[in-house]
Design a protein around this ligand. Structure first.
Ligand code: TRP
Length: 339
């Protein structure tokens, strides 16, 4: 089948439990995107190896993540769903792109700086893979001649780096790589922590009350919303302003994402109500949303032979696609292809 739709690549690292932030920032859009793009949805298990935490059961986490992809409406008949480590071309291109990446540009990556700072605080040594992480991302993206990468604001820099590496390569060897563009949605691309709304909601947060996990049981999720921080503006008023009202703005983003309603429409509807009432509304919608998603998730998660069939087929498709790019690169670099 020859497809004329633009190619879209997206991935999540299976490093523990997925959060509401992952859903709203990334996975929420995946189902609809299948109508407009030729989509590849990857489980970035090699990236997850950069986090050496014994408590993560990687095998389980990979299948959990896959089940959530399906529960969010990713359809194996429309999209390619695969596990990164099944497609060896990713590791191969990663090495090649290492040779076209600069130490200084990687040092500038904000996410690396943040992760390194956290590791330093815990007196942990930083592994080289954490530094090289964005180059493997570049390989993921460039192997498939990707046109678009849906990312949160914090990942935009990695797509820019990918473009720089691709440009550098293209200027030496001709038009080998398509230059990918980031797709960023206006609201909800970055959900913040519930108690510290100035930092991103993250699955690795030490304080679990900062984070709604997609597998949180409903009473726990409701409590977390009820404890979320707001502000002390008098009289209290609900509107969107990230600097002045980070807590309320974050709750508005959450509500908007799970109800599919525009933030401005919500603000009108919520006029005059108190913060506690607002939180009740968010908690109510969230519990309905989570119950439905979890039910679908469990249906998929239960059927491991079906999950394995999907990733097997996905791996074959991705290997075929990525091998084309890799062969071309080998040839241009002067490496000798085996066949
Ligand atoms: N870094 C992404 C995350 O933290 C996962 C990822 C790996 C990715 N490769 C990618 C995202 C390529 C976009 C494109 O979840």
């Amino acid at each position: 089948m020859i497809s004329s739709k633009p190619i879209l690549f997206s991935a999540i690292q299976p490093s523990g439990n997925l959060t509401l932030g992952n859903y709203i920032g990334t996975m929420r859009h995946w189902s609809d995107m299948q109508n407009n793009y030729d989509c590849l949805y990857c489980i970035a298990d090699l990236h997850a190896l950069t986090i050496q935490e014994k408590k993560i059961n990687l095998k389980k986490s990979i299948l959990d993540t896959l089940s959530f992809y399906l529960a969010c409406g990713v359809d194996p008949n429309k999209s390619t769903i695969f596990i990164q480590s099944h497609v060896y071309q990713h590791g191969q291109l990663n090495w090649i792109l290492n040779c076209f990446s600069q130490f200084s540009e990687l040092l500038r990556m904000t996410q690396f700086k943040i992760k390194r700072k956290i590791e330093k605080k815990c007196a942990k040594k930083t592994n080289v893979a954490l530094f090289n992480y964005p180059i493997l991302m570049a390989a993921d993206i460039l192997l498939y001649q990707t046109n678009f990468v849906p990312v949160g604001r914090d990942q935009k820099q990695h797509v820019e780096l990918t473009r720089n590496i691709a440009n550098r390569f293209n200027s030496l060897y001709g038009n080998i790589f398509t230059l990918p563009e980031p797709l960023i949605t206006q609201y909800g691309s970055k959900i913040m922590s519930l108690l510290e709304p100035n930092k991103k909601m993250s699955k690795s947060d030490f304080n679990k009350n900062n984070v709604i996990f997609l597998l949180d049981d409903i009473p726990t999720a409701i409590l977390k919303i009820k404890h979320a921080i707001t502000d002390s503006e008098m009289p209290s008023k609900i509107y969107y302003n990230i600097e002045k009202k980070p807590g309320i703005s974050n709750l508005l983003e959450i509500l908007s994402a799970i109800t599919n309603k525009n933030i401005n429409v919500l603000i009108k509807e919520l006029e005059g109500i108190m913060y506690s009432e607002f939180k009740n509304i968010v908690a109510d919608y969230l519990s309905k949303f989570l119950s439905k998603l979890q039910k679908s998730y469990h249906n998929y998660r239960y059927d491991e032979s079906y999950l394995k069939k999907i990733v097997y087929e996905g791996a074959i498709q991705s290997q075929l696609k990525s091998e084309k790019t890799l062969k071309n690169i080998y040839d241009k670099l002067g490496l000798i292809p085996l066949f």
